[in-house]
Design a protein around this ligand. Structure first.
Ligand SMILES: [Zn+2]
Length: 403
């Protein structure tokens, strides 16, 4: 049943009379992806993406489903184990670089800090360290994974990956209300490694689950300052959590209109809620010591859930490539900033409609997002900090008066 009274449906049972049951391959209503669809999707990627020669995989967490009221520690470990085995089965020659989601804990969201004596999260981190190292991380990441499920490693000559555990900044981790500044010293650790990278001419990719605007204020504003300071070292940031296809442009704190860094929020595999499943392939400049490792283009593929259920076979669609769809010469922060300006100048036009369509992974079309919805979306694209309204400074006054 796909329209049950719980927050997540499609778990068991038959639809009540008068209700339409869930589709075999998944459902737009309040349902996660069936395991057989996830497996089918991995097989599709393994069979079809070789031509794009992807080498490494960033995945940004949330492996367990959304039945958050009914999960035990063993359920979460079972979900992690199941997905790790599937990844290993279909991509035995790839290296995976994970970040930890909010759903891996039990209860979900609640990651106690080391200062909490009545609870701890070592049951998860011990298992994660084994799984992540099985998926290709080097053994020397184990200590920091056991400490806080964050780590750093070199992924290509001159490219360092830093994977952050954003549960130690997320506003839905209630343990942080005791100390939200930097409870595990993760920001201090981040600065140490960024300084190391700068000193050694390395570029850095940052991955994490929650986008930094989902962090509590002190962390997210400090994080923003760090990104500003190391703008020449950080070549890209990659997050998830929202399930939608979004970007975030970071700006200079002094020269407020100068874009300094790019974060990509890639689409999720889950259709929860009212989205198609999707994944993304990034084309990154690099292979050599002095490569820039900036994203040159990205390509998003969706599984059309309506067609898949109608035809009774999974149906994949090349949804779009960024440069082509948005008519961009490059994908540097300045180019994305220019795109947002172009979209703002024609906010009720077709291109902005396309942005919204892709935001929902082609579930909805642009007409479903009215003027104010479009303004909100563009504002979000310029908001990397929580409780930050500075995106309003970019909006021409005549647009603000329209309701
Ligand atoms: Zn999440």
């Amino acid at each position: 049943m796909a329209d049950c009274p719980q927050p997540l449906c499609c778990r068991y049972g038959k639809p009540a009379s008068g209700h339409v049951g869930a589709g075999f391959w998944g459902d737009y209503r309040h349902c996660d992806l069936p395991l057989w669809t996830a497996e089918n999707l991995m097989k599709y990627i393994a069979d079809n993406e070789e031509e794009r020669i992807f080498d490494i995989v960033y995945y940004t967490g949330d492996l367990p489903p959304h039945n958050v009221w009914n999960q035990s520690r063993s359920d979460q470990l079972y979900a992690t184990d199941t997905i790790t085995n599937l990844l290993r089965k279909y991509f035995s020659n790839k290296i995976f670089y994970p970040a930890l989601g909010n759903h891996e804990a039990a209860p979900c969201n609640l990651y106690p800090t080391p200062a909490i004596k009545s609870d701890n999260i070592s049951w998860l981190y011990t298992s994660l360290a084994d799984h992540w190292i099985q998926l290709g991380l080097p053994e020397d990441t184990r200590d920091s994974i056991l400490r806080g499920a964050f780590y750093t490693t070199i992924v290509r000559p001159g490219l360092r990956l830093i994977s952050l555990n954003m549960n130690y900044c997320a506003s839905d981790n209630f343990w942080l209300y005791i100390n939200s500044t930097d409870p595990l010293g993760q920001l201090q650790w981040l600065i140490t490694w960024l300084q190391y990278a700068e000193d050694n001419d390395e570029k850095v990719h940052i991955i994490g689950h929650h986008p930094p605007r989902s962090c509590l204020g002190s962390f997210s504003w400090n994080f923003y300052r760090i990104i500003n300071r190391y703008e020449n070292t950080i070549a890209g940031q990659f997050y998830g959590h929202t399930h939608t296809d979004e970007i975030i442009v970071f700006y200079d704190q002094i020269e407020k209109r100068r874009p300094v860094s790019m974060a990509y929020l890639a689409p999720s595999l889950t259709p929860f809620s009212f989205k198609n499943p999707g994944y993304r392939v990034y084309l990154v400049d690099g292979e050599y010591e002095n490569s820039t490792y900036w994203v040159l283009d990205h390509h998003t593929v969706i599984m059309n859930l309506t067609a898949s259920n109608l035809l009774n076979r999974t149906t994949f669609v090349n949804e779009y490539s960024a440069r082509d769809a948005y008519k961009m010469a490059y994908l540097f922060p300045t180019d994305w900033d220019n795109l947002i300006d172009r979209l703002m100048a024609d906010i009720d036009g077709d291109m902005m409609g396309l942005v919204y369509k892709y935001y929902t992974k082609s579930y909805a079309n642009g007409t479903a997002c009215d003027h104010n919805c479009r303004m909100g979306l563009l504002c979000d694209f310029r908001t990397a900090r929580s409780e930050d309204t500075s995106c309003l400074d970019f909006i021409p006054p005549q647009l603000l008066t329209v309701t």
